[in-house]
Design a binder for this molecule. Structure first.
Ligand code: ATP
Ligand code: MG
Length: 551
C-alpha cells in the first residue's frame, strides 16, 4: 500500500504487524449471519475487510456465521453473496460457512471437557440468567460444575445424540462466575436445538454459540486480524481465553471499530425485516431501503458507495454520519459518470407552427466527455415540455416559458409561446409556438434568452413510468421514539408519474445511470425494465439549479 495514503488505525496495526514480521500478509474475513439482507452498515465492514486484504496483498474470506438456524435462510445466503460481488469484491477461496466446522467445533468442545474447561449445565435459561449475577454482584456456580469429566463427556455425547429436549442442557465453559466481565461467567458453548439447518440439514441437534464459533472459525482459517464492531469488545477476553485454552498456535487477534450509523436511516437487519414483513416497503430491495439490494436497485453505483465508505473512514469512536454525505458521494460520482438525456416528467404539449421540416440534432452525451459521442434527437412540429416550465402567471424572477415569452429548447432553437389553449379546468393543454430558425446552435443577435428548458419530440418519445423517491423516514433519528420507528415513515417517499422519454433511453445497458437534464439522476429499474412501459427510478435529484450551461 502507498506509504503516503492516510492509514486508519486498523491499517496502521496491520502495517506494524507486517513490519514486525508477525505474518507475511493479513488474512481477514467478512462474517455475516444469513438472517437478513445486508445494509449500508455492512458495506463499511465489507470495504474494510476486503480493502485491507487488497491494500496489503493479503486475502479476505467470505464466511457465513450460520450457527442460529432458526432465523437463517438460503435466500439470505444468496442475496449476501450477490451484494458482496456487486460492491466489487471477490473473496479468496470457496464460500465458507461456520457450519463447515461443526465437526471440528464439536471435537474442540470435547477437548475442553477433557481439559476440565467445560461442563454440562442443567439449569434452564431463566435460572441460568438468575445465577449469572449483575455488574455489581458476582454470579453463582451451576451445580453442573461439580460433575466429573467422564459424566460431562457422556452427557454431552447424549446431547449430540438427540436424547434431550431443547433447553434441558447446555455446554458451558468453566471460567469464573466471579469475573467482572459477565461474558467470562461460564458462557454457553452449545445449546440443544432440534431444528434443521440450511447447510447441514438434520445432522445436528446441538448448535455452537457465536462466542464459541467465531474465534475457532477464525483460527481454523488462519485469520490474522478479526475485525468486528465495538459491541464485541467485551467478548474479546473470551475470544482470547478460548484460543489459549485450546492452545492455538499463532492465534488470530480481534480488533473493534465503530459501527456506521446514518441519519434518516435504520441499520439493523431486524428492523429492516419489520419494514418488509409489515408491508411498509415493497421488499428487501425496495429502492428506498438502505439494504445493498435496495441501494443497487435505486441506481447508486457501487463505486459511489465504496467512495462513501472511504470518506467516512474507520475509527473507534461511535458517531452518526449525516446521510447528505452519501448524497454528496453519489452526486459527485454521477456528475462524471452519467450520460445526459432528456425526459419530460409532467408532459405538456407544444406545437411549433413555423418549422418547415423535422430536424435531426446530435447532442453530446456528456459536456465534459466528447469522446462518449452523441445521440441523435429529432425535433418535429410536436413536442412535450414539462408542465412546470410553463406559467401563465409567473412568479417574480421566472425564467421559463410564459405567454408571449421566449426560452431556449435545450440543444435546439429558441422557442416563442404565441398562444395557449386551456382545458375546462383552466389548465394549459396546448402551447402554440414558433421557433427562431436562425438559433439552432447559435445565439440570437441583440437579445438575451435566459431560460433553457428540456423537451422531447412527440413523435419519437416513448412513455415511461418514473418513480420519484424521497427519504424513507422524515425524521433524522427514526429510532429516537423507541420501537415504533414506523411512525416516522415519510408518507411522500414514493411518487409515481407518467413521463415521456427520449428513445436513446431504451437502449441503455442495464444499471447504467443517466441524468435526465434538469431533473436528476435516474436508472431503469432492474426488475421492471423489460415490461411494456419501462420504469425509471430517481436515484437522486440534482442539487445545482439548472441554466448555467447554454447550448
Ligand atoms: P444487524 O444488527 O443489522 O443484524 P449484525 O452485526 O448482527 O447486524 P452480522 O451479519 O453479524 O450483522 O454482521 C456482519 C459483519 O458486519 C459483522 O462483522 C458486523 O460487525 C458488521 N456490521 C454490521 N452492522 C454494521 C454497521 N452498522 N457498521 C459497520 N459494520 C457493521
Ligand atoms: Mg449479528
Amino acid at each position: 500500500m502507498d506509504s503516503d495514503k492516510a492509514k486508519d488505525f486498523l491499517r496502521q496495526i496491520v502495517a506494524d504487524d507486517l513490519a514486525a514480521g508477525k505474518m507475511p500478509a493479513p488474512v481477514t474475513r467478512f462474517p455475516p449471519e444469513p438472517n437478513g439482507y445486508l445494509h449500508i452498515g455492512h458495506a463499511k465492514s465489507i470495504c474494510l475487510n476486503f480493502g485491507i486484504a487488497e491494500d496489503f496483498a493479503g486475502a479476505c474470506h467470505m464466511r457465513f456465521d450460520d450457527t442460529n438456524p432458526h432465523a437463517e435462510d438460503q435466500e439470505y445466503v444468496d442475496s449476501i453473496l450477490a451484494d458482496v460481488r456487486w460492491l466489487g469484491f471477490q473473496w479468496q477461496g470457496p464460500v465458507r460457512y461456520a457450519s463447515d466446522y461443526f465437526d471440528r467445533l464439536y471435537t474442540a468442545a470435547e477437548r475442553l471437557i477433557e481439559l476440565d474447561l467445560a461442563y454440562v449445565c442443567d439449569l434452564d435459561a431463566e435460572t441460568m440468567r438468575a445465577y449469572r449475577g449483575t455488574l455489581t454482584e458476582a454470579g453463582r456456580e451451576s451445580p453442573g460444575r461439580q460433575r466429573s469429566r467422564a459424566d460431562n463427556l457422556a452427557l454431552f455425547r447424549r446431547m449430540r445424540a438427540g436424547e434431550f429436549a431443547d433447553g434441558t442442557y447446555t455446554l458451558r465453559a468453566r471460567i469464573d462466575m466471579g469475573a467482572a466481565n459477565i461474558n467470562l461467567r461460564d458462557p454457553v458453548l452449545y445449546r440443544i436445538r432440534h431444528v434443521a439447518h440450511h447447510q447441514t440439514g438434520a445432522r445436528w441437534c446441538i448448535y455452537p454459540s457465536y462466542d464459541f464459533t467465531h474465534p475457532l472459525s477464525d483460527a481454523f482459517e488462519g485469520i490474522t486480524h478479526s475485525l468486528c464492531t465495538l459491541e464485541f469488545e467485551d467478548h474479546r477476553p473470551l475470544y482470547d481465553w478460548l484460543l489459549a485454552a485450546l492452545q492455538v498456535a499463532q492465534p488470530p487477534r480481534q480488533y473493534e471499530f465503530a459501527r456506521l450509523n446514518l441519519t434518516y436511516t435504520l441499520t439493523s437487519k431486524r428492523k429492516l425485516r419489520h419494514l418488509v414483513e409489515g408491508g411498509f416497503v415493497a421488499g428487501w430491495d425496495d429502492p428506498r431501503m438502505p439494504t445493498l439490494a435496495g441501494i443497487r436497485r435505486r441506481g447508486i453505483p457501487a463505486a459511489a458507495l465504496r467512495q462513501f465508505c472511504q470518506r467516512i473512514g474507520v475509527t473507534r469512536a461511535d458517531s452518526l454520519v449525516d446521510v447528505s454525505m452519501l448524497d454528496f458521494c453519489v452526486r459527485e460520482h454521477l456528475e462524471q459518470s452519467a450520460p445526459r438525456t432528456m425526459a419530460v416528467l409532467r408532459p405538456l404539449r407544444v406545437r411549433i407552427h413555423n418549422l418547415p421540416a423535422a430536424v435531426d440534432i446530435d447532442a453530446p452525451l456528456h459536456p465534459q466527455h466528447p469522446e462518449w459521442g452523441q445521440r441523435r434527437l429529432r425535433l418535429s412540429a410536436d413536442l412535450w415540455i414539462d408542465r412546470d416550465d410553463f406559467s401563465a402567471h409567473p412568479p417574480k424572477g421566472w425564467k421559463r416559458l410564459v405567454p408571449g415569452g421566449e426560452v431556449r429548447l435545450r440543444h435546439a432553437f429558441i422557442l416563442r409561446c404565441d398562444h395557449v389553449d386551456y382545458d375546462d379546468q383552466g389548465q394549459a393543454c396546448l402551447v402554440h409556438a414558433s421557433v427562431d430558425l436562425a438559433t439552432l446552435g447559435a445565439h440570437p443577435e441583440g437579445r438575451k434568452v435566459k431560460g433553457v428548458i428540456h423537451w422531447v419530440d412527440a413523435v419519437e418519445a416513448r412513455p415511461a413510468r418514473v418513480r420519484l423517491y424521497d427519504r424513507l423516514f422524515r425524521s433524522a433519528a427514526p429510532e429516537a421514539g423507541g420501537e415504533d420507528f414506523t411512525e416516522h415513515l415519510n408518507p411522500h417517499s414514493l411518487q409515481e408519474v407518467d413521463a415521456m422519454i427520449e428513445p436513446y433511453l431504451l437502449q441503455l445497458q442495464s444499471e447504467q445511470a443517466v441524468q435526465f437534464e434538469r431533473e436528476g439522476y435516474f436508472v431503469a429499474d432492474r426488475h421492471l425494465w423489460q415490461t411494456q412501459a419501462p420504469v425509471f427510478n430517481r436515484i437522486i435529484a440534482l442539487r445545482d439549479s439548472w441554466g448555467k450551461e447554454e447550448t
